[in-house]
Design a protein around this ligand. Sequence first.
Ligand code: NAD
Length: 278
Amino acid sequence: MDLKLANKTVLVTGAARGVGLACVGAYLAEGARVVATDIAADAGMDAVGALAGEHDSGRDRVRFIAADLRDGAAISDLVTQAETAFGPIDICINNAAVTHRANFLDLDVADFDRVLATNLRAPFLLGQAVARRLVTLERQGVIVNIGSVNAQLALPDNTAYVASKGGLLQLTRSMAVALARHGIRVNMVAPGSIDTPLQRGGMSRSPELRRMVLSRTPLGRLGRADEVADAVLYMSSPRASYITGECLYVDGGRIPLNFTVPVDDAALAAFEIERDGS
Ligand SMILES: NC(=O)c1ccc[n+]([C@@H]2O[C@H](COP(=O)([O-])OP(=O)(O)OC[C@H]3O[C@@H](n4cnc5c(N)ncnc54)[C@H](O)[C@@H]3O)[C@@H](O)[C@H]2O)c1
């Protein structure tokens, strides 16, 4: 199916690794032009540069711009630089996020603010900046916010992250209904447990936790970053032209599950071997 994304200008945040980097590759494969951004300047430049080399005219169709999205001025500059590079942004993927583990009773307000600034305030500011340009230029566009099953499911030791993703879901809905009359669609793609650096250092950081994660995953495995990217591509494409204000879960069945499913020990062992060897 042609997703009709060729020659679109796409901005992807958190693009140095994981889901963001997979999105960069997926849009390049569809013939889009991609502005990739991340706070990790060197890692981002290297990863995005290597990926660009794998695609036809990839190096001409990708720019990496380092930016800390907690900084509102940096967000304005980013939108301007992206437009200078490739023309007005058609599609904006708000993917960058951080977590902070802490017992709720010990959670420091500075850590709460830092997580909210990255995961909720930045998508608001970037989404608003992109939407303002689209409205001014009388162009249609799409914003996809990368959420999480934790928009609905709570964790006892990651309050700021859970609150940020819950807020992002309502930000998505609010933006969708506000921007619909301008021809701008806004949706969320919400991953479950995806095999990325964030996951390996977080919910899957020990064998016990990985077993727990799989016991809550009916499809019996972690998801891959490219599986999330495929959902992002679809939601941002003209093929999803009548979908706005929605949340698409890419979670192996996590949300509909009550209680747990049996864990396949072979699948768990395979992940352990692959993880320890990586
Ligand atoms: N991996 C999972 O299991 C999982 C599950 C649910 C939701 N998600 C969501 O998917 C998205 C991507 O997750 P991932 O696993 O690829 O994460 P990741 O940690 O591998 O990558 C996140 C990227 O965001 C960048 N970033 C962090 N703070 C930034 C800032 N202030 N400015 C600019 N860039 C910044 C990081 O440098 C990093 O490259 C996130 O929104 C995350 O919440 C992931």
